[in-house]
Ligand binder design. Structure first.
Ligand SMILES: CC(C)(COP(=O)(O)OP(=O)(O)OC[C@H]1O[C@@H](n2cnc3c(N)ncnc32)[C@H](O)[C@@H]1OP(=O)(O)O)[C@@H](O)C(=O)NCCC(=O)NCCS
Length: 214
C-alpha cells in the first residue's frame, strides 16, 4: 500500500510505496512548515505525530560498529553523499574510480584502534554511517588531541528520523571513552542542511577555511 495516499498499487506517490514511515515523515514535515492555523488538526497534534514518528523509527534503528562486510553498502551511501555535495559545490565531484580509494580509506579506519566507524541499520539495510577518529592540532598547545567527525550520511528516504543524531551521540560516547574532550567537523558553507544539523548538535564555528584558485 502506498503510505502516502493509502492507495493499494501504483499511484503518483509511488515513491512511498511500502514505506509508510517515510511517508508519514514527509507529511509531517510539510505540515510542520505551515502556519499553525493552516495545519490540519492543529500544530500540536502534528507535533505529537512527529514525536511518535521519531520514537517508532528510533526503535527500529540499530547503531553498531561497521565490519568489512558492510563496506560495499557503505560505498553506495558515500556515493549518494558525494553526489548530494556536488550539487552544491563542484569541488566534490567524484572520480569514476573514486569509490575504490574510499573503500581502502574506510577499510583502513575500520581496522584502526584510533578510529570508530559506525553504521545505522534498519531491517538489515545500512541507512546511515559516520566516521570518527582521534586527531591532533599542530604542536605547541596544551590540549592537542581532539575528535574529528567525518563521512556522516543518512540515506535520503531515512532523513529526519533522528538517525543522524543517534550516530552523533554514539560517536560522542566513543570519543569520551577515549579521553577526548573536544570534537570538530568540517562543514561546507554551501550545505545549509548540514550546518543546521551540526548547530542543533551544539557545534559552533571557531575557524574559517579560505581558498584561492591560482
Ligand atoms: C546531515 C544528515 C546526516 C542528518 O541526518 P538526519 O538523520 O536526517 O538528522 P536528524 O533526523 O537526526 O536531525 C537532527 C536535527 O538536525 C536538524 N536538521 C536535520 N536535517 C535538517 C534539514 N534538512 N533542515 C533543517 N534542519 C535539519 C534538525 O534540527 C533536526 O531535528 P528535528 O528533526 O527535531 O527538527 C543528513 O541530512 C545527510 O546525510 N545529509 C547529506 C549528506 C551530508 O551532507 N553529510 C555530511 C558529511 S560531514
Amino acid at each position: 500500500m502506498c503510505g502516502f495516499c493509502a492507495f493499494r498499487g501504483s499511484c503518483k506517490y509511488d515513491y512511498y510505496y511500502g514505506e509508510p514511515q517515510a511517508a508519514l515523515s514527509k507529511v509531517y514535515l510539510i505540515v510542520k512548515s505551515l502556519p499553525e492555523r493552516q495545519a490540519p488538526g492543529g500544530f500540536f497534534y502534528w507535533r505529537e505525530v512527529g514525536m511518535l514518528r521519531n520514537l517508532t523509527m528510533k526503535n527500529q534503528i540499530n547503531i553498531r560498529k561497521a565490519v568489512e562486510n558492510d563496506v560495499a553498502a557503505m560505498v553506495e551511501l558515500w556515493k549518494e553523499m558525494m553526489d548530494f555535495h556536488k550539487e552544491l559545490d563542484q569541488l566534490f565531484t567524484r572520480k569514476a574510480t573514486g569509490h575504490e580509494g574510499w573503500t581502502d580509506f574506510i577499510t583502513g579506519h575500520i581496522s584502526n584502534d584510533d578510529s570508530c566507524v559506525l553504521v545505522a541499520e534498519c531491517n538489515n539495510q545500512i541507512v546511515g554511517q559516520c566516521l570518527g577518529f582521534v586527531s591532533e592540532y599542530p604542536p605547541g598547545i596544551t590540549s592537542k588531541r581532539y575528535g574529528k567527525f567525518q563521512e556522516l550520511a543518512v540515506t535520503a528516504k531515512f532523513r529526519r528520523f533522528g538517525i543522524g543524531e543517534k550516530l552523533f551521540s554514539e560517536m560522542v560516547t566513543w570519543f569520551r571513552e577515549h579521553g577526548i574532550k573536544r570534537t570538530q567537523v568540517r562543514v561546507s558553507v554551501h550545505n545549509e542542511l548540514l550546518t543546521a544539523f551540526w548547530r542543533k548538535m551544539g557545534f559552533r564555528p571557531y575557524a574559517e577555511t579560505l581558498f584561492l584558485e591560482i
